[in-house]
Structure formats: structure tokens, C-alpha cells
Write a protein that binds this ligand. Structure first.
Ligand code: AMP
Length: 592
């Protein structure tokens, strides 16, 4: 396959070849991966508790695999918390791994409302580099890019801090941006971020966003693609651009960084790059005036004419931002990025031309040992389960079936053993022997009052249908969340919307009724009909409310790169923000 630079590069060819090999015989590769993890961590306290003193080196690989899955129980983060806390507090004995853990990651926690510590090791950065290179190699087959050019990356490090025991803690993306592997990635993929390290790690996301945009425009004709970890960051950056473009133009014209950039290191780093460019400033100004008249449709290709695509995670909780992203991207392809978690990378998008709605992730069988808990949709009237699923015994990766839904279980090189990730996936097909997964949702229920059961995905579908009615007006949905209010009896759901533009009360009231009526969960429908769940409430919050929520999380140490708006909350601070900012309330009349 030809790329802009000629034939597929050696590095690209090599990494694709490696992946083709390991996905050929996944049963074998997975057994070997598990044995390697157990050998490296042989005798650690946690494994000893379940496996006793068995000598893993002496056991035959498949016998070890059977023994491991029969003796070590499935675990949730809560089961491992005391072990991880001891590590955080400075206990250096081999608790989960033989290699001492020196760094801990904070999973975003914004979906569950609470941040969790997860061990982070060199292996974590190495697999990040590997999956990025692999995905880049598949992408360059479809959308070749010119080596040596730039990427406009909306990436952000959060602050790293020390735990009580002196370990470095921060988000996984923060650790990665600070790692050697991040530098190697720029070298190996021959594409460089527009922003220097000082901008990525400024610790102030507003200043970083401004500088990313400024430098992205400074290098505008060199930018090959635009990216962020999660799509939210790109959308929030361009929403900010709609307000900031005049200031950015003036900085480019004068070659002087705006006074809003107050961090000395960041000012210096950016000032060293830019210089007065009145021609570019005038071009941006004229383009923005034109774009403003089109409500910023096609902003990206207009300002970055050589960009080939937009690349970011657009699935799962990022799907609600897809519409806005498409609006900014105009006719540029949107390529959905890979699937992973702070705990482990899972799969790569190896079909970059498929639209984000259909993207699948080919599992990389060397990264962790993966098991899959088969999930079956519950008999809708039964309320005995913790959620909407009945589960079966976990199966290994080589035994998953197309069309079946599963919860993912991980055994990682970083000391998590049979750890339930809490994500629900569906096997969409296979690449050689490795499954291609559709991300379905987080397993956890978010909205439940009594026998009703609704996941994030259920809420997302309801909001999507409800917000389509906004199309009748000039308004658009900016962001949303929800709350199950159990204080007032009967309990009921509250959905909070921030909208941009004007929508009259009649339309909003219709949106409220429509959402109430389109929950498909039988538990909800029955409860609404019998009035054991009260009418759905739609609260419209003032503009900027979700920014305040973002700021609240950033203040608590979250990184913008990994931020996901919580789709349901019981957090008192968040509810206070939402309720103080509510400017209109509607109650559904859908069930009379
Ligand atoms: P974090 O807590 O920041 O490590 O987030 C990890 C979680 O983000 C995963 O467990 C998934 O629920 C979600 N996630 C990560 N990658 C994707 C993806 N490509 N599509 C959908 N959801 C994803």
C-alpha cells in the first residue's frame, strides 16, 4: 500500500506484521501472556492467598491457566482497594507485583463519581506507545500523512502529586505524556505535536487550550490531523475558539502572546515559537467571519486545509458529542480512536474508514489476559439482579462468540488479577483469531428508583430522541446529566440540559414528555403507569453550567484529557451547582 512518503514505512509494516502474527493464534498467545504475568509476579501476597505456594515455573501452561481461573476469584476494584492503599502508603513488600510500584494512576472517576488508584508501570507506557503506533500504521494505509508534519493535539496533563508513601500519582495520560515513550512516539510516527511540553503540562486547561489553538493556527498549513484522547476535548476547544478567535488573531498579527496566558513558562515557550504574521492573521480573520455566518460549520477543514481527518475516542459516553464534532469537521472523516482504560489497553481500531457509529476494536492479546463474562438481558419483569443482566461463567478470549455481550475481566502486568472492568462489550466479528469488540456501555446502572434499570446507554438514547425535537428551534444540546431523586416521594428522574440558543417552553415541554415516554425499560414503564415513579423532570441549566462541573473535577485533580461528563450524579456539590443554575423546569405529562 502506498503512503504519501512512498511505500508503507518499515516501522508500520513491522508493527502490522507483529499484530497479524499475535492475532493468528490467540488461545496460545493468551495462555503465554498469563504465564508471563504469573511468572513475573510469582509469590506475591495476593496470588499466594489464592494459589498457595505452587511453583508456576514448573507447571504446564494450560494447566496453570485452568488452575488460575479456578482458584483466583473475580475481583472488583473494591476487593483490591486495601492492597492498593497499602502500596500508596509506602508498603514496599511484594503485594501485587514483585517489581516495586512507584507510580499510581487515577482512573478518571468522573463516571463513578470517585477516583480510583490503579498501579502504573513502564509496561503501561510501553503498551500505550505500541497501540498508538499500531493504530497509526493502519490509519496511514487509508489516510496517508506526510512524515515530519504536525498534529494539532488537544492534550492535557493534570498535576502529579505524591501519595502518603511517596509514590507519584496522577492520571494515566499525564504519566504517559511525561514518559520517554511519548517522545519516542513523536519520533517513530514522524509527526509532532504543535504545542511544546510546557503547554501540555501547564496545569491550567484554559491556558493550554488557548495555546493549543494559537499554535495550531501558527502551524495551520502543516497540520496533518486533529486529535484528542476523548472527543469531548476537541468540542470544548472549538466551542472556546468561537469566543476567543479575535484574541488569537491579534496574537498572531503582533507575534505577542495574550496577557490571559499568565504562566511564565508557558508564555516563554509559546513566545519562542510565534512571530508577527499579519498575513496569516488577516486570512484567519476573514475565514472566521465567513465561518461565523455558517454557525462554524466546517471550521476544521477551513482553518486547517491540509488536515486529513479528526481522530479521537468518539464511542460510548463520547457519542453525544459526535454531532457537534461532525459540524466542525464538515466533510473531513472522523476516525474513532482505540479502546482502553487506565487499567489496561484493550483493542485498536484497525478499520479506520468505518464511521464512529460502527467502529470495532480488535483485542491485542499480548497486553493483558482477557476473560469475558457472558451477559444475557434479564427477563424485564424480574428485579432480583443488580442490573439488567444475568451472567454466566467467564470464558477465555479464544472462546467468545459473535453477537454475544460480555463484561471484560482483566489480569494485567500491573498486578490486577481477574479484575472486573465494568464495561459491557459485544463481539462484532473477528480479525483472524482475535475478537473485534463493539463498546456497549458501562455495566453500572445509573438511573434506578425501584424496579427500573437504566444504564448510561439507555439514558443516552432517550436524550438523543428528546433532543431531536430541538431541531425545530435554533437551539442545540450542549451537555446533559441526570439524577434519580429519591427524596420526594414517589422518586423520579431529573434530566439536566444545557442548551445553546433559544427554545420556547412549548418545545422544551414536548422534549420532556418525549424523553419520559421513550425509556424502553419495562420496570420504568410499569412504575410510571402505576405512579410508583413520578413524572420525569427536565431542568434547563444556564449556559456555562457544565464548564463549572468540569472545573469542579479539574479542581479535584482530574485531567481534561480523560474527562467524561458524569451522566448521572448523586454528588452533593454537583447537584448544588446544577440546582443553583437551573433556570427552567418542566414536568412530564406523558403518563397522565
Ligand atoms: P478511565 O477511567 O479514564 O481510564 O476511562 C476508561 C473507561 O473509558 C473505559 O473503561 C471505558 O468505559 C471508557 N472508554 C475508553 N475507551 C473507550 C472507547 N474507545 N469507546 C468507549 N468507551 C471507552
Amino acid at each position: 500500500m502506498e503512503s504519501a512518503a512512498g511505500a508503507e514505512s518499515n516501522g508500520e509494516h513491522e508493527i502490522i506484521g507483529w499484530f497479524e502474527d499475535v492475532s493468528e493464534n490467540t488461545g496460545y498467545v493468551q495462555t503465554q501472556t498469563l504465564c508471563r504475568i504469573l511468572e513475573l509476579n510469582s509469590g506475591v501476597e495476593y496470588l499466594k492467598k489464592w494459589l498457595g505456594d505452587i511453583n508456576v515455573q514448573e507447571m504446564e501452561a494450560s494447566a496453570l491457566e485452568s488452575l488460575y481461573t479456578s482458584l483466583v476469584p473475580l475481583a472488583s476494584h473494591a476487593d483490591l482497594e486495601t492492597y492498593i492503599q497499602r502500596i500508596a502508603d509506602g508498603d514496599t513488600s511484594p503485594i501485587l507485583t514483585n517489581q516495586p510500584i512507584t507510580t499510581l494512576s487515577l482512573s478518571s472517576g468522573t463516571t463513578e463519581g470517585r477516583q480510583k488508584y490503579v498501579p502504573f508501570t513502564r509496561h503501561s507506557s510501553q503498551t500505550t506507545l505500541q497501540i498508538f503506533q499500531l493504530a497509526a500504521a493502519y490509519r496511514s494505509r487509508v489516510y496517508p500523512i506526510t512524515p515530519g508534519r504536525r498534529i494539532l493535539e488537544f492534550i492535557y496533563s493534570s498535576k502529579q502529586f505524591k501519595t502518603k508513601g511517596g509514590l507519584i500519582a496522577g492520571t494515566a495520560t499525564t504519566h504517559y505524556f511525561a514518559s520517554e515513550e511519548f517522545k519516542i512516539k513523536q519520533e517513530k510516527t514522524k509527526s509532532f505535536t504543535c504545542s511544546p511540553e510546557e503547554v501540555i503540562s501547564s496545569g491550567d486547561y484554559k491556558q493550554s487550550t488557548y495555546c493549543h489553538l494559537l499554535l495550531g493556527l501558527h502551524f495551520h498549513d502543516e497540520v496533518e490531523f486533529i486529535t484528542s484522547t476523548f472527543a469531548y476535548s476537541i468540542v470544548q476547544a472549538f466551542r472556546a475558539f468561537e469566543e476567543l478567535w479575535r484574541n488569537i488573531c491579534s496574537d498572531i498579527r503582533e507575534g505577542i502572546v495574550s496577557s490571559r496566558i499568565s504562566l511564565p513558562k508557558v508564555r516563554k515557550a509559546v513566545s519562542d515559537i510565534i512571530s508577527p504574521n499579519p498575513g496569516l492573521a488577516s486570512w484567519i480573520e476573514a475565514s472566521c467571519k465567513e465561518l461565523e455566518d455558517k454557525d462554524w460549520f466546517g471550521l476544521i477543514p477551513k482553518l486547517w486545509p491540509n488536515a486529513k481527518y479528526v481522530y479521537s475516542i468518539m464511542t460510548g459516553s463520547m457519542q453525544p458529542y459526535l454531532k457537534k464534532l461532525r459540524h466542525y469537521a464538515g466533510d473531513l472523516p472522523l476516525v474513532s480512536a482505540d479502546y482502553g482504560s487506565t487499567e489496561s489497553w484493550i483493542g485498536a481500531n484497525i478499520d479506520p474508514s468505518s464511521p464512529p457509529e460502527n467502529v470495532t476494536f480488535a483485542v491485542i492479546p499480548t497486553f493483558s489476559y482477557f476473560e469475558f463474562i457472558p451477559l444475557y438481558r434479564h427477563n424485564q419483569n424480574c428485579s432480583s439482579s443488580i442490573d439488567d443482566f444475568i451472567e454466566d461463567e467467564p470464558v477465555p478470549l479464544s472462546q467468545v462468540k459473535i453477537g454475544q455481550e460480555y463484561e471484560i475481566v482483566l489480569t494485567t502486568f500491573t498486578g490486577l488479577y481477574r479484575y472486573r472492568l465494568g464495561d459491557v462489550v459485544e463481539v462484532a466479528g473477528f480479525h483472524k483469531g482475535t475478537p473485534k469488540l463493539n463498546f456497549i456501555c458501562r455495566r453500572k446502572l445509573i438511573l434506578t428508583v425501584n424496579i427500573d434499570k437504566n444504564t448510561e446507554k439507555d439514558l443516552q438514547s432517550v436524550v438523543e430522541v428528546g433532543s431531536q425535537l430541538l431541531g425545530k428551534t435554533k437551539a442545540e444540546l450542549v451537555d446533559f446529566t441526570s439524577h434519580a431523586d429519591l427524596v420526594k416521594q414517589p422518586g423520579h428522574y431529573i434530566i439536566y440540559w444545557e442548551i445553546k440558543g433559544e427554545a420556547d417552553d412549548k418545545v422544551l415541554s414536548e422534549c420532556c414528555n418525549e424523553m419520559d415516554a421513550c425509556f424502553v425499560d419495562q420496570g420504568y414503564i410499569v412504575s410510571r403507569k402505576t405512579h410508583s415513579i413520578g413524572p420525569l423532570e427536565l431542568c434547563i441549566v444556564e449556559r456555562g453550567t457544565f464548564k463549572k462541573i468540569l472545573d469542579h473535577f479539574i479542581g479535584k485533580g482530574a485531567a481534561l484529557s480523560q474527562f467524561k461528563t458524569p451522566r448521572c450524579t448523586a454528588d452533593e456539590v454537583l447537584l448544588r451547582i446544577l440546582n443553583v443554575c437551573t433556570i427552567k423546569r418542566f414536568h412530564s405529562t406523558a403518563y397522565g
